[in-house]
Design a binder for this molecule. Structure first.
Ligand code: MN3
Length: 209
């Protein structure tokens, strides 16, 4: 019943040259695995309050987690959820936004370039480690960012937001880009836009309607 790291849906080097293979391997096999191990330890220690819940259920209701494990579930449950989403919304040849998602992007940001600009700004203005997000609130899109491994779903009391469901997230921890981009987070964010899996982002968007 313990949580496991999902397999990458592509090879470590699939996102080259935008995201390098060594970064993908360490990020997936070491960083994500560490979040999963720590989450499993916290859930086991928490006992009945957490047993049998999905990671989404855990992070959406942190108040239900015992005080002694709440910080660990927030950090490592967030880490597990965020990275699972992150791997899924990237692809080597991810196409372009379609249908209702494309219309929603135009409505909220004027154009796809407008979305990229807003997400780039959200990532650049996140001081220290964290994530930038594209969220859908019943179909209405907005961007935001969170610190550490927080997620918008956690709600304002626990570092999240009231902006709906994250359908696209980009990891702006240095471990996500330092090997190839060193201190140049902006270059990493620009490269990230080349490896978006728009079919998966569109699928996640449709679930919010
Ligand atoms: Mn990471």
């Amino acid at each position: 019943m313990s949580f496991t790291v999902p397999d990458l849906p592509y090879a470590f080097d699939a996102l080259e040259p935008h995201i390098d293979a060594r970064t993908m391997e360490i990020h997936h096999d070491k960083h994500h695995a560490a979040y999963v191990n720590m989450l499993n330890g916290a859930v086991e220690a928490a006992g009945d309050a957490c047993t049998g819940k999905s990671v989404e259920e855990l992070i959406c209701d942190l108040d239900a987690v015992p005080d002694a494990q709440r910080g660990a579930v927030r950090n490592h449950g967030g880490g597990h959820f965020n990275h699972s989403l992150f791997w899924s919304i990237m692809a080597a040849d991810g196409g372009s936004p379609g249908g209702e998602l494309a219309a929603a992007i135009d409505a909220a940001f004027g154009s796809l370039d407008g979305l990229k600009e807003a997400l780039h700004k959200a990532g650049m203005t996140r001081f220290g480690s964290g994530w930038a997000w594209l969220c859908s609130d019943g179909g209405k899109l907005s961007t935001c960012s969170t610190a550490n491994q927080d997620n918008p779903l956690m709600g304002p009391a626990h570092g999240g937001h009231d902006c709906g469901v994250p359908i696209l997230g980009v990891d702006v921890w240095e471990h996500a880009y330092y090997l190839r981009y060193q201190n140049l987070r902006g270059d990493y964010l620009n490269a990230f836009f080349n490896v978006l899996n728009w079919a998966e982002i569109g699928r996640r968007y449709a679930e919010t309607l």
